[in-house]
Design a protein around this ligand. Structure first.
Ligand SMILES: [Zn+2]
Length: 455
């Protein structure tokens, strides 16, 4: 409910207003988020706000707004100079409120931290005429049929056979390209690889850099563009060209076009393809499944890995990759606030170090709530919590041991529950069991009778 309805309302337009609003108003917004987090987790009022936020796994409105501001700036700064919004972002203005940061300043600071300011950005533009509409006139064809007969869960032999059937059914070509992109763990230093198989100029394999911050999709685009550029320089004898990629999203996007501004790389791919079709070259754009032992694709994959080792300075950073970098910085800043506000000796920090609870599907709502409350050390089953609430019938101490009965005492220490503990949590568990094996903690609470069986 909170994430679907409340958070979006608070964030609407937040990039513009949040940095200008007073600190107290920001805090009011964040209190709404904290109230949402308390409802999500069932943690009682009086639980440390940052702990509840971590348990609910939501970020404060101001942290999210900061991120949105930085992304907005990133989006606008790539537009052509003639767009008024772009002028607003880049112009120097005298500040009217000296003691407040403008969203520009805040956003620029984040971009600096994400190391975006030192890289050339890829421009976005609205092409005068959508190139994908004028594309081809029957000369450019798209083929994604291998996807109809296989899924990516099929073994490589099956996917390879499906791809070969598709390729064999197509008219023969004078030149064939295989392109592939590669990035470190899905986002990071990227590279592209191209394999060309051609009678005229002979076969060739080469690599291109995709930038220091590149998504795998971006790396695929860069590789594909390298192939299109090369195809544009082919001798006149080449009348049919086949471009094979294992990125289905790229083929789909090239075919459909876009309603908004398009990044340079894609515009250049479209322009290149149009150029080829004007030269009366027939172009087949084919999707083939990746990692299916197709020789050309495997070779392109190797070349893409090499592309990652090339100097990356010449590669521009595209908007989606910049967004990932910004989210990374903002997320790191937000998780940093956990360590500055929750002291090291706090139960929650020792149990979870700020990580959230991984839900298991068979848990009932009250199981989830119990775990959240235990991790926060604010649970009505604990005498220490009841004493904190000034309940008249408790002193907050364990009746057996005479020490405060908190999460740690019940889960890890109290001799009363040692039999159940040894059986379910290990002989001498630490608080981290609440993070590593929450399900065992639930069983422990049932076994000890502390949590009555559900009716
Ligand atoms: Zn005890």
């Amino acid at each position: 409910m909170y994430c679907q309805f409340i958070q979006p309302v608070a964030l609407y337009g937040s990039a513009a207003y949040m940095s200008l609003s007073r600190k107290t108003n920001r805090e009011k917004m964040d209190q709404v988020a904290a109230a949402g987090a308390r409802i999500i987790t069932g943690c009682p009022a009086g639980t440390r706000t940052r702990v509840v936020m971590a348990e609910a796994n939501i970020r404060s409105i101001s942290s999210l707004a900061e991120e949105q501001g930085a992304i907005l700036r990133e989006r606008v700064i790539r537009l052509p100079d003639s767009v008024p919004a772009r002028q607003t972002v880049t112009r120097k203005m005298r500040k009217r409120l000296v003691n407040r940061q403008t969203w520009r300043e805040e956003a620029t600071k984040i971009a600096k931290e994400a190391l975006l300011e030192e890289t050339e950005r890829e421009a976005m533009s609205l092409p005068p005429r959508p190139p994908w509409l004028s594309m081809g006139k029957g000369r450019i064809s798209f083929h994604t049929e291998s996807g109809d007969t296989t899924s990516r869960h099929d073994p490589p032999e099956r996917r390879r056979a499906a791809a070969e059937r598709v390729l064999e059914a197509l008219p023969p070509t004078d030149s064939t390209y295989y392109t592939d992109g590669s990035t470190e763990k899905g986002f990071g230093v990227g590279g592209g690889g191209v394999v060309r198989i051609e009678q005229g100029r002979g076969n060739a394999t080469w690599s291109v850099p995709a930038g220091k911050w590149s998504s795998s999709y971006r790396a695929e685009q860069v590789a594909f563009l390298a192939a299109v550029r090369d195809a544009a320089g082919a001798p006149k004898e080449v009348k049919t060209t086949r471009l094979c990629t294992d990125s289905l999203s790229l083929v789909t996007f090239l075919k459909q076009g876009t309603r908004g501004p398009a990044p340079e790389t894609l515009t250049e791919i479209w322009t290149g393809l149009n150029h080829l079709s004007r030269r009366k070259v027939n172009v087949q754009i084919v999707w083939i499944p990746g990692h299916a032992d197709i020789a050309g694709n495997e070779q392109a994959d190797q070349a893409a890995n090499t592309g990652r080792t090339l100097p990356q300075e010449t590669a521009k950073i595209d908007l989606p990759s910049a967004k990932v970098a910004i989210r990374g910085v903002c997320w790191k800043k937000w998780s940093g606030t956990y360590h500055t506000t929750v002291p090291p000796e706090h139960t929650h920090r020792r149990a979870t170090d700020g990580r959230c609870l991984k839900y298991e599907s068979e848990w009932a709502r009250r199981d989830q709530v119990l775990l959240h409350q235990l991790r926060a050390n604010r649970c009505p089953l604990l005498q220490a919590t009841l004493a904190r609430w000034n309940r008249p019938d408790t002193d907050g101490l364990c009746p057996e041991c005479g020490v405060p009965e908190d999460t740690e005492h019940v889960v890890c220490e109290c001799p009363k529950y040692q039999a159940a503990r040894s059986a379910l949590l290990g002989h001498t568990p630490t608080l981290t069991v609440l993070q590593e094996d929450p399900d065992a903690v639930l069983r422990f609470f049932r076994r000890t009778g502390l949590l009555p069986e559900a009716r």
